[in-house]
Design a binder for this molecule. Structure first.
Ligand SMILES: [Zn+2]
Length: 137
């Protein structure tokens, strides 16, 4: 068993990898968000793009995202809060902190992401972010 890099206690093939490979559809916003984190660790920018709609997709530049992600060493993902989603809900939020090294410095990306369900699939549509240097120097 290979624990998933998203920090769940699940085997990676039963967690993010099935969504990234297209074998499964992320059943809820938190699963989608986790799989996007995992895709970033794999430099799978196509998956990042495919899981966005609306303002997030409009603002997305795959080349910039690739350049940025290449300079990141992902440390861990911490999910703080996620909306409880009923079948009637088509909007949901996940609050998380992604811990990473950028140019050798520890950074945290703290975001409240917004997700919309469109034709039965969840997509990332935008978020409020704050980048917080852990050890500013
Ligand atoms: Zn995972």
């Amino acid at each position: 068993m290979i624990p998933c890099v998203c920090g769940s206690t699940k085997n990676s093939v039963r967690c993010c990898i099935q969504y990234i490979s297209g074998e499964g559809i992320a059943p809820d916003p938190e699963s989608l968000m986790r799989s996007r984190y995992t895709a970033y660790t794999q430099l799978n920018i196509a998956y990042i793009a495919n899981t966005m709609r609306g303002p997030a997709l409009a603002a997305f530049n795959p080349d910039n995202a690739t350049e940025w992600a290449k300079q990141i060493k992902w440390l861990r993902l911490q999910v703080l809060k996620s909306s409880v989603v009923t079948p009637a809900d088509n909007t949901a939020y996940v609050e998380f902190i992604a811990h990473y090294l950028f140019q050798g410095r520890r950074q945290k990306l703290h975001e409240i992401s917004e997700f919309h369900r469109i034709d039965g699939c969840w997509y990332y549509v935008g978020g409020k972010t704050e980048e917080i240097p852990v050890n500013p120097k």
